[in-house]
Design a protein around this ligand. Structure first.
Ligand code: SF4
Length: 376
């Protein structure tokens, strides 16, 4: 299955930039405009873009060609919205923007957002001030932070160079670690930084055919793993996320292929954690996904509604998927790599991994220890 190899940098899908008037003179905005070399318009503050005709989500594909630079008037930094019903990892989300130029059939943002364009927040001084205040308020807490919840961490980095500012900031934060999570390979800005081990660079991985068919405008598996190896050579810790794991024809072989490639390409000792999560979605996402991608079969399997209102595969199917992938990972992973589930029950943990997180201090503790044990 072949992909267009040139989508390693998905920012080239963006065709026009829109800037909120009050942000236009910010040096950061000017830097982005100079790098992007795209036509731009200035719009009044708080005004929605009227350049994307049609209604949401039908206009989402067209909307992803437009990037809005604006001020974040809410919080940059907040806990990941895990649910009480399943085990979560106590992650802090750093909200750098919304939406992404890539287009995955299963992307939760399709149902979560209601505007089709990409948004990037340019008042980053406020963001750094908010992080510093949060660290100072809880000096004995260890923070695991990610920017990849409402967007992709690196997809717009050619324009923004935000990764450099974040990595440099994090280098001086002994009580925190940042995870940059991507399906792109825009890693050039990570080269030559004194990161001091405070940034983990992560990629989402899937079976080869899911990556080729259900993840539009993303980097190929070969590109992602080559980028990961390069980051390991620059001294970064790595992480990988098998999420969403999707049942499809030939899934056993598909996941086995990706896992072989992973450990053939990347040094196992550089991987701090690997997560697994089977496909789960709110009913509204299924409606959007099937309308936008009628050729996709991923929503056609049998699902059951979970305790959080999301549809999931039946438990025996989840266990079968997880056992296959976990055993492959475990056979080649380094002893210090933490393999964990994103949002699963104790029953699944016990059945697949043979223990429950509480027996090892809980998921947050397990992940924190992995970072601390790798000498950073
Ligand atoms: S790369 Fe991530 S944020 Fe972008 S469309 Fe895919 S799932 Fe959504």
């Amino acid at each position: 299955m072949s992909q267009n190899p040139s989508w390693g940098d998905p920012s080239r899908f963006v065709k026009e930039i829109h800037v909120e008037e009050s942000c236009l003179e910010l040096p950061f905005t000017q830097e982005i405009l100079a790098r992007a070399q795209l036509p731009f318009t200035v719009i009044p503050d708080y005004q929605d873009l009227d350049v994307v005709p049609g209604s949401y989500p039908a206009n989402l594909t067209a909307g992803k060609k437009h990037l809005l630079l604006c001020r974040n008037r809410g919080q940059f930094f907040k806990p990941c919205p895990g649910t009480r019903e399943y085990r979560c990892c106590n992650y802090q989300v750093l909200n750098i923007g919304m939406n992404c130029p890539m287009d995955c059939v299963y992307c939760i943002l399709q149902a979560y957002l209601n505007k089709p364009w990409l948004t990037f927040f340019v008042n980053i001084e406020d963001m750094f001030a908010e992080m510093s205040a949060a660290f100072a308020a809880e000096p004995s807490r260890f923070f695991r932070i990610g920017t990849g919840e409402f967007t992709d961490s690196l997809a717009l980095d050619r324009f923004t160079h935000l990764s450099r500012a974040l990595v440099n900031f994090m280098a001086d934060q002994p009580q925190a670690i940042l995870e940059l999570k991507s399906k792109s390979v825009v890693i050039q800005n990570l080269e030559g930084l004194e990161h001091k081990g405070r940034t983990v660079v992560a990629w989402s991985l899937n079976s080869t055919s899911i990556m080729a068919k259900e993840e539009l405008r993303t980097a190929t598996v070969v590109e992602r793993l080559a980028a990961a190896r390069q980051c390991a050579e620059w001294g970064y810790k790595l992480a990988f996320h098998f999420d969403p794991i999707i049942e499809h024809e030939g899934w056993q072989q598909g996941y086995a292929e990706t896992i072989s490639r992973l450990f053939d390409t990347v040094p196992a000792a550089s991987i701090v954690w690997i997560s697994m999560g089977a496909l789960r979605y709110l009913p509204s996402l299924k409606n959007i996904g099937t309308r936008r991608f009628p050729q996709s079969r991923i929503y056609c399997e049998e699902f059951i509604e979970g305790l959080d209102g999301k549809s999931r595969y039946f438990r025996p199917h989840r266990v079968e998927l997880y056992k296959h992938i976990y055993n492959l990972l475990k056979s080649r992973a380094h002893a210090n790599t933490c393999i964990y589930f994103c949002m699963e029950s104790d029953e699944i943990w016990r059945e697949v991994m043979g223990y429950v997180p509480d027996e090892r201090g809980g998921i947050p503790y397990m992940l924190d220890q992995t970072v601390l044990n790798t000498g950073q």
